[in-house]
Design a protein around this ligand. Structure first.
Ligand code: NAD
Ligand code: GLY
Length: 347
């Protein structure tokens, strides 16, 4: 068990990482008023653990599992349930689930009585390595991802790999998507991934690499919490294309589209002379070791048009964070036409 701290101007977040952290820290939550937000799948699997930890009739809002619940409608339902349960200003919202639960519960914590305490208990690999840390909260609206949200740091994050044991294969791939993203930004993580490429789902390996990813993110968030200097933008490697495909095709999940977005953006980076050589080959092989075959999409130009909604864009151009070299990414600005034609070449 190891702790990582993120200090920002207004808050300090402590991230407890490793096996045993849930048993050590979660029971302490019931010493104060708390409200759990979870989803239907997580509740079905972990309700006995929740009862054991929080008591028999703890206050909870269970949203339907999946991205479709990351909406204003469910946000309002959570807030109404909190009010009905008599939550006070010093209560703690406990986000017990994957990235969807973390994002919406985080926003509810930021809004209720102008802000209450927040603890994240991430239960997917993706949420453990990325979304539970750093304070981005959001819901989607009118088909646009994360368009309503705020930065709101959790005071505590409990990252216990015990939850990965029940995670479906597909969700493992989603988490590996974000882990490989960190590999594109951090030399140490990349080298570990390449060295363990046949072993990426090993429980002990995941515990170790999760710590490295959280550590990388903690440093970035400490320096650039609100994405003002540009450093935090790097955490969006592959995401411009990933989000655009996610909005248009919808069939896959966020993490899977991040991997596919990285595959395409690596091609664009190579074509633009930014990335190449053995590094590009190793990165492509890592991505392919998870997605298995090169992605193919009909209508890529229609999907690519959704990249114009990306929050990184500052004018009509598309901004991509692309891989450059070991531990380095680069920002690439392209007109929508150029971006679409490069993508069409790649599929
Ligand atoms: P998710 O929350 O929908 O979880 C995926 C599925 O796994 C769901 O069906 C869920 O019920 C199930 N699940 C969760 N934990 C489980 C467990 N331990 N065992 C079995 N099943 C379990 O999706 P996700 O991939 O965790 O998160 C994706 C979301 O995170 C997206 O909305 C994305 O935009 C957001 N995100 C946010 C940030 C951020 O910084 N805030 C970063 C990355 C992604
Ligand atoms: N997942 C991107 C970020 O937290 O900034």
């Amino acid at each position: 068990m190891k702790d990582i701290t993120i200090k920002t101007s207004a808050t300090e977040s402590v991230i407890h990482c490793g096996q045993g952290t849930f048993d050590l820290y979660a029971p302490k939550l019931k010493e104060k008023q708390f409200f759990v937000v979870t989803d239907s799948n997580v509740f079905a699997i972990y309700r006995h653990l929740m009862w054991q930890t929080f008591g028999g009739d703890f206050p909870v809002k269970i949203i339907p599992a999946g991205e479709k619940s990351k909406t204003y409608k469910y946000l309002v339902e959570i807030l109404k349930e909190m009010l009905k349960a008599g939550m006070r200003r010093n209560c703690t919202v406990v986000a017990f689930g994957g990235g969807v639960v973390g994002d919406i519960a985080g926003l509810a914590a930021a809004l209720y009585m102008r802000g209450v305490h927040l603890t994240q208990i991430p239960t997917t690999l993706l949420a453990q390595v990325d979304s539970s840390v750093g304070g981005k909260t959001a819901v989607d609206m009118d088909g646009v991802k994360n368009v309503i949200g705020t930065f709101y740091q959790p005071e505590e994050v409990i990252v216990d790999p015990r939850f990965l044991k029940t995670l479906p294969e597909r969700e493992m791939r989603c988490g590996l998507g974000e882990i490989i993203k960190y590999g594109g930004l951090d030399e140490n993580i990349f080298n570990k991934l390449v060295a363990n490429k046949n072993n990426l789902k090993d429980f002990n390996f995941l515990e170790d690499i999760t710590y490295d990813c959280v550590n990388h993110k903690a440093k970035v968030v400490t320096e650039d919490e609100r994405e003002t200097t540009g450093l935090r933008k790097t955490l969006n490697l592959g995401h411009s294309t990933g989000h655009a495909l996610e909005l248009y095709y919808r069939k896959k999940s966020h993490g899977e589209f991040v991997l596919i977005g990285m595959y395409y953006e690596l091609y664009i980076a190579e074509k633009s002379g930014i990335c190449g050589g053995q590094y590009a080959k190793d990165l492509k092989n890592l991505i392919l070791s998870v997605i298995k075959k090169p992605p193919y999409y009909e209508d890529i130009e229609k999907a690519a048009a959704f990249a114009k909604f990306d929050k990184k864009n500052d004018d009509d151009n598309i901004i991509l964070i692309v891989p450059k070299s070991l531990g380095q990414s680069a920002e690439l600005k392209l007109s929508l036409e150029n971006y679409v034609s490069l993508l069409k070449e790649c599929v």
